[in-house]
Design a protein around this ligand. Structure first.
Ligand SMILES: [Zn+2]
Length: 210
């Protein structure tokens, strides 16, 4: 079912939540978009797996939300990501640009190398939401004591990428190899550049990163 569908599947995993939102806004015009319809039919065929996965992704998201860390200090976050990827049976490369990680899944068939990336750092913002998983973390930033919060959605990005890793680890009947990149210090810390300087793209011959 997944053969030759790698790109579509990856796009689906990242774009379907967005496309579903758009559908409620302008369903008719989007239904004329055949590419989007492909995503939707693919989503239906994967629904069973995705439904089972959703509660895990939400749980992971809540964990990362509750324990945010600033750029280049994502030690706890990095450990948790490593643990989840290891539990999926993946080989994990750690400490890339200090706290970055990568892992990969080879499909059963030869094909392109594609990388999916999430950022993992939080912001020096004090959370005032009263959510059960609200952050109460504090740290020192530019000489001041500040709260720390995932106020930019990196908790969601990280959990979604772990979800993609999980679903692809269960369904590797696809063409090619997928790399999962967990990038530290996106918020002005230059973590992406540091990972590239650390040889990230060249080391594995990654041509495209989404
Ligand atoms: Zn951000």
């Amino acid at each position: 079912m997944y053969k030759s569908k790698l790109l579509q599947l990856l796009l689906l995993l990242f774009l379907f939540p967005v496309s579903a939102q758009l559908m409620s806004v302008n369903e008719e015009s989007l239904l004329n978009n055949t590419i989007l319809i492909n995503y939707i039919s693919l989503a239906k065929s994967l629904n069973q797996d995705i439904d089972g996965l959703m509660s895990k992704v939400i749980k992971w998201r809540h964990y990362f939300h509750q324990y945010p860390e600033l750029g280049n200090r994502e030690f706890r976050t990095s450990k948790r990501i490593e643990q989840i990827l290891t539990d999926l049976g993946l080989e994990v490369q750690t400490e890339i640009a200090y706290t970055g990680l990568t892992a990969y899944i080879r499909g059963e068939h030869p094909g392109p190398l594609i990388a999916l990336r999430a950022d993992i750092d939080g912001l020096p913002v004090t959370e005032m939401t009263n959510l059960p998983y609200a952050s109460t973390e504090k740290t020192t930033y530019q000489g001041n004591e500040v709260g720390v919060m995932h106020a930019c959605g990196h908790d969601g990005h990280t959990a979604m990428l772990l979800g993609a890793a999980k679903i692809l680890s269960l369904n590797n009947d696809f063409d090619g190899t997928v790399y999962f990149i967990f990038q530290p210090a996106e918020e002005g810390g230059g973590g992406g550049l540091e990972m590239c300087r650390d040889g990230l793209m060249h080391r594995w011959g990654i041509l495209v990163c989404m």
